[in-house]
Ligand binder design. Structure first.
Ligand code: SF4
Length: 304
C-alpha cells in the first residue's frame, strides 16, 4: 500500500528541537475547542536544513496548529505523546517573536520559509496579527529577506499591503483536492477550496507570486477540471506529492488517521499515479515535492 505512494522531500529531516517548549507558562485562552497559550519563545529562526536547505532560515510564528489536518506530519515531531494525540486542539503563540527578530539583523537579505510546522494564517492569526507583525518588521529591514509563505489560510490575502513591500515573495497555498466533501474528511477546519483559490487570485492580481501545492494529494474527483482551474490562476509554481511514511522516529510521517481515511476512500497508489499523470500532462510546470522554492520566486512587481 505504501510502497509507491510516498514522497521523501518536504521536512523529512526536521529536528524535534523545533518543538522545544519553553519552561515558562503564559496566559491561556480558549478559542472554540482550541487551547491557546501565549508564551515567550527562546528563539524564532531555525537554520534551513534537510529539504529546506535551500533556505537560510525557517520561521514559525506558532507552535501547534488549530487546522489539525488528519494527515499533518508536523504532529510526528511533537515530543509529548499527549500533545501529539491532541494535535489541532492546542496552539502556542510566540508572543515575543518580533522582539526576538529585532535581535537577529542577520536575517536581512536572506531567504526565509515561513510556516514549516504550523500555519501562519490559521484562524487565530485574525486575532493576534502576529504573522502580520513579523512581516511588517521584516519588510522594514534595509534589505528585506526573500520569503516563501506556506499556508492553507485565505487570511493571507489580508496582508497583501505588507507582502507587496518585499522585493521577492511567494505565497504557496496548499490545495489538496478538488472536492470539498473530501476536504472536510481530512482537513475539516480549513477553508473551502473556493476561498483558497479566491485568495490566490487576489494575491496574483496584486502582483504577488503564488504557488499551488497539491500536498499531500487527497482523492481527486476530476483531475482535468482541477488542472484547468489551477492553470487559470497562472500560478508561478505548482507542486504535488503523496503521503509520506518512514520507519524513522521523528520523521515526517503522515498520521495514521489519514491513512485510514484513504483506505476507506479506496484511494491507492494506482489512483495517485493515474491522477499524477493527468495533472502532469495538463500542468507542464508541475513538480514533485515542496522544496527549493525561493530560487525562482519572482520579485512582486514582476509577478503580475
Ligand atoms: S495546516 Fe499545515 S501545519 Fe496545520 S495541521 Fe494542517 S498540515 Fe499541519
Amino acid at each position: 500500500m505504501n510502497s509507491i505512494h510516498v514522497y521523501t522531500g518536504f521536512m523529512s529531516t526536521l529536528q524535534p528541537a523545533l518543538f522545544a517548549f519553553p519552561e515558562t507558562c503564559g496566559r491561556v485562552d480558549r478559542l472554540g475547542s482550541v487551547d491557546v497559550t501565549y508564551r515567550r519563545a527562546a528563539s524564532i529562526l531555525n537554520p534551513g536544513t534537510g529539504s529546506l536547505s535551500g533556505f537560510d532560515f525557517s520561521l514559525n510564528p506558532y507552535t501547534g496548529c488549530q487546522f489539525g489536518c488528519a494527515y499533518c506530519y508536523a504532529a510526528a515531531f511533537v515530543p509529548s505523546a499527549d500533545k501529539a494525540d491532541a494535535w489541532g486542539q492546542w496552539v502556542e503563540v510566540k508572543e515575543n517573536a518580533v522582539e526576538l527578530l529585532r535581535r537577529r539583523p542577520d536575517v536581512a537579505g536572506k531567504s526565509l520559509y515561513i510556516g514549516s510546522v504550523t500555519d501562519p494564517y490559521q484562524p487565530l492569526e485574525a486575532k493576534t496579527e502576529l504573522t502580520r507583525a513579523i512581516l511588517e518588521h521584516l519588510a522594514s529591514l534595509s534589505v528585506p529577506p526573500r520569503i516563501v509563505i506556506q499556508t492553507r489560510g485565505p487570511l493571507v490575502a489580508r496582508d497583501i499591503d505588507v507582502l507587496r513591500r518585499f522585493p521577492v515573495v511567494r505565497v504557496n497555498m496548499s490545495i489538496t483536492t478538488d472536492c470539498d466533501t473530501v476536504r472536510k474528511r481530512y482537513e475539516p477546519c480549513c477553508a473551502s477550496i473556493a476561498r483558497r483559490f479566491e485568495a490566490l487570485r487576489d494575491l496574483k492580481e496584486a502582483g504577488i507570486a503564488v504557488g499551488v501545492c497539491i500536498s499531500p494529494m487527497l482523492p481527486i474527483i476530476d483531475a482535468e477540471a482541477f488542472a484547468v482551474r489551477i492553470n487559470a490562476l497562472r500560478p508561478d509554481r505548482v507542486s504535488a506529492s503523496g503521503f509520506h511514511i518512514s520507519e524513522r522516529a521523528f520523521a515526517a510521517n503522515t498520521r495514521a488517521e489519514a491513512w485510514d481515511l484513504l483506505r476507506e476512500d479506496g484511494w491507492d497508489a494506482k489512483a495517485y499515479h493515474r491522477t499524477m499523470q493527468v495533472l502532469r500532462r495538463a500542468i507542464p510546470q508541475l513538480t514533485r515535492g515542496d522544496d527549493a522554492f525561493v530560487a525562482d520566486a519572482r520579485p512582486a512587481e514582476q509577478a503580475a
